[in-house]
Design a protein around this ligand. Structure first.
Ligand code: SF4
Length: 504
């Protein structure tokens, strides 16, 4: 819920309310989370919020100073300004200024796996008509440099992109050559099973400082069940690929994430322990997406979002205990949410932005020359829903931005203006994901009370806030480390965390 500022209202103590939203804490309904326009927050007794709203706070109340510091009240409307609040708002939304930084090149749809939860419409390894052509690649490189961002991340995806490594090589060389006059900061990533890595490929990657991202779903029995191959050797080949990549590119150049099937939900500790065993210091616990083969197998592989949240809570407990044991391991999505809760900075994650990151933070150049505002949009197109295609690689970027697809994305892409989100205490920290809502609910705006996206966001924010409140000092220190690493900040750069609970 939110309170509008009363422009003509001054309390007896001379303060004015600023726009705020609140949420009764599900685990303690006497307490409320109160958030400002820019995402500063306080947890306080509901009775204190009532006093503040009724204009009954006194200047020497501790709560008065806390609410003023978090831009929830304006202490002296005659002399105070909104400049600090607006400055923080700009910082929180800083990702808007540079334009898309993540550019995904889909070099082939071919793949040798038959994963039942595959989000893309993979093709057999022999079907080379699903490879990106040289002409499409050249146009895509031209378009890449029409965007204004100083920092460009170029991510090669598939299918299995290593099956069309010649195109990765030619695109990389063309981008590096063009960048001699552009002077952008470039980062290259390949999302791959890593099964087909060769020394020759790795030498090229080392030259251009590539990073590798792969999927590791857990211990051998789980990984092989989730990611089947006829030879039942998927796990072994993935581990060999990780080691091969590390030897050539360095320990930190290889990262992994896990996709959670119904089978995975039975094994939270085993999945975490596998990451520790492999010396991986980050894990991304991703629930299934409603795209591609995952939709077809949903009845067998899927689960209600409540089961994901139960799993996540157990996994988080185990990750925290692993950290207390001395092995640093972060959960990547928690880090993103904590960076929003505990720092004033913006983050680079496109699915958690408002305005949406689709087309404003990411662009996808598909193998056939079509261009999409997000990976999910191209997956929808592969399923026959083409309404989120922005255009083709031989058309100018300005034309893509004026396309009906982008108009549709933008109309539903500002969380603060969406039904339910507009009144939600978490909205300054949350994001809009119109394409996900279209995929799940058939409408880009969607219906938050029945939305899995919202249930996940609300559930995870609640979980992390509760752990932050009730956890040990050691757990809090782990959370702070994750948040600061994610936001690129340092303790010295954060003089005061934006949130603070006030004791009842
Ligand atoms: S998606 Fe849900 S949690 Fe996020 S702002 Fe909207 S209502 Fe709140």
């Amino acid at each position: 819920m939110k309170f509008a500022p009363r422009s003509a209202f001054d309390s007896a103590s001379g303060y004015r309310l600023l726009p705020m939203r609140f949420r009764r804490l599900p685990w303690d309904e006497t307490q409320v989370l109160v958030t400002s326009l820019a995402g500063d927050w306080l947890v306080m007794p509901r009775s204190d919020l009532d006093r503040a709203v009724a204009g009954e706070l006194q200047q020497d109340d501790v709560l008065f100073a806390s609410m003023e510091a978090r831009h929830l009240i304006l202490a002296d409307p005659a002399r105070s300004t909104l400049a600090p609040l607006l400055s923080q708002y700009r910082t929180r939304k800083a990702y808007l200024q540079a334009g898309p930084a993540l550019h995904i090149f889909v070099v082939s749809l071919r793949c040798h796996h038959t994963c039942s939860y595959c989000q893309v419409s993979r093709r057999p390894t022999s079907e080379t008509t699903f490879d990106m052509s040289g002409a499409a690649g050249r146009h895509a490189v031209e378009r890449l440099f029409e965007w204004p961002s100083d920092k460009l991340t170029v991510e090669f995806q598939g299918g299995e992109p290593l099956l069309h490594f010649d195109r990765i090589r030619s695109l990389t060389e063309a981008i590096v050559e063009r960048n001699r006059s552009e002077g952008r900061s470039l980062r290259f990533v390949i999302a791959s099973t890593l099964h087909d890595l060769t020394d020759d490929q790795l030498a090229f990657m080392r030259e251009h400082r590539f990073q590798l991202s792969t999927s590791l779903d857990g211990p051998e029995w789980l990984h092989n069940a989730n990611r089947p191959r006829p030879e039942r050797d998927s796990y072994r080949r993935t581990i060999e690929g990780i080691e091969h990549g590390r030897r050539a590119l360095g320990e930190d150049a290889v990262s992994a994430l896990t996709t959670l099937t119904a089978r995975s939900l039975t094994a939270p500790r085993e999945i975490i322990d596998e990451y520790r065993k492999q010396g991986l210091h980050s894990i991304f616990l991703r629930p299934l997406s409603p795209y591609g083969f995952a939709r077809k197998t949903q009845a067998r592989q899927g689960y209600p979002i409540t089961e994901f949240l139960t799993f996540y809570s157990m996994a988080l407990d185990h990750i925290l205990s692993v950290n207390q044991d001395g092995f640093e391991l972060e959960e990547a999505y928690a880090s993103l949410l904590l960076s929003q809760l505990l720092t004033p900075f913006s983050h680079g994650y496109v699915d958690l932005r408002s305005p949406t990151g689709a087309g404003l933070g990411t662009v996808v150049y598909d193998y056939d020359g079509q261009v999409y505002p997000s990976d999910e949009a191209r997956m929808l197109a592969a399923m026959g829903a083409h309404s989120f295609a922005m255009g083709r690689v031989d058309e100018p970027v300005a034309q893509w931005l004026q396309s009906p697809a982008m108009q549709r994305v933008l109309a539903a892409g500002v969380a603060e203006a969406l039904p339910t989100c507009a009144d939600c205490a978490y909205v300054p920290l949350c994001g809009a994901d119109p394409i996900d809502h279209y995929a799940r609910q058939g409408d880009p705006i969607g219906h938050r009370p029945t939305s899995d996206f919202c249930a996940k966001q609300m559930g995870l924010f609640d979980l992390l806030l509760q752990r932050w409140q009730d956890g040990s000092a050691a757990d809090r220190a782990v959370f702070e480390t994750w948040a600061l690493r994610q936001s690129g900040g340092s303790p010295a750069a954060v003089p005061e965390a934006p949130g603070l609970e006030v004791a009842a």
